[in-house]
Design a protein around this ligand. Structure first.
Ligand SMILES: CC(C)(COP(=O)(O)OP(=O)(O)OC[C@H]1O[C@@H](n2cnc3c(N)ncnc32)[C@H](O)[C@@H]1OP(=O)(O)O)[C@@H](O)C(=O)NCCC(=O)NCCS
Length: 217
């Protein structure tokens, strides 16, 4: 019987998003998870994978011969920051793709990208470093997702859509062809985005309109 060699990887994060990433790695058949890193975990293990400690353990993990990491944090800004820090320490951030996802051979995935179950990354799409294409999201041809962007579960992005750095496209949203969504935008759940969106906006609804931001936001 053919034996496949698994590669060792550390998971940064131990919350809800990390749980899904851990399961992805477990079903991939490619990765052997050595542990989780989280400064304030809810417990000492997630799905049977132990928490090793806070970020301070990462140099020891690297010194122990584990050179791959995945940043499994849902917050876009935090994921970008910790991803860059892990790279600076010397970790490789591979793109992680669920076996049931469809990723076009002409698309490109940056470092640390995670593509979840049943997602589709279309022809000549470009997904930048540390972005998430979440469960069942469909990105059609020529899409662009910026650094640490997040296209949430069940979204449908038509052709030539651009999503800026650290932008969240909320669960179940649809985006019309050629629309450009800026950086640091939040698109509310279930929205229909039919026009370009400026940097830093929070929008929602069908069609999507600017939403009231909280005083503290
Ligand atoms: C848009 C969003 C960030 C706003 O959250 P919030 O800052 O806590 O704002 P509130 O819930 O107080 O809502 C503020 C206003 O926007 C409206 N609103 C909130 N979300 C909306 C949405 N998705 N579509 C339309 N209107 C929305 C609220 O009704 C409220 O309206 P009001 O001012 O008339 O009362 C949040 O509702 C949302 O949709 N998040 C997406 C989460 C997601 O998809 N995560 C992916 C996880 S995998």
């Amino acid at each position: 019987m053919k034996k496949t060699l698994s590669r060792r990887i550390v998971v940064v994060g131990a919350g809800g998003h990390a749980k899904v990433v851990i399961e992805l790695l477990q079903v991939s058949g490619t990765w052997d998870i050595v542990g989780l890193v989280d400064p304030s975990p809810a417990g000492d293990a997630v799905l049977g994978v132990p928490v090793l400690g806070g970020d301070e353990v990462l140099p020891d993990v690297l010194a122990g011969g584990v050179s791959s990491a995945v940043i499994a944090l849902g917050g876009n800004r935090l994921r970008e920051r910790l991803g860059r820090r892990a790279q600076a320490l010397g970790f490789d951030l591979p793109a992680i793709v669920h076996p049931s996802a469809l990723v076009s051979p002409s698309s490109r995935l940056g470092a640390g990208v995670v593509v979840m179950a049943r997602a589709v990354v279309g022809t000549e799409a470009f997904i930048s470093d540390l972005a998430i294409v979440n469960t069942g999201a469909v990105l059609d041809h020529d899409n662009f997702v910026g650094i640490a962007g997040h296209v949430a579960p069940g979204c449908a992005l038509a052709g030539n859509v651009s999503v800026g750095d650290r932008t969240l496209v909320g669960v179940g949203s649809a985006v019309r062809p050629q629309v450009r969504i800026g950086a640091d935008v939040v698109v509310g759940a279930g929205s229909a985005v039919v026009a370009d969106v400026p940097n830093g906006a929070m929008i929602g609804g069908v069609p999507a309109r600017p939403l009231r931001k909280k005083e503290s936001a």
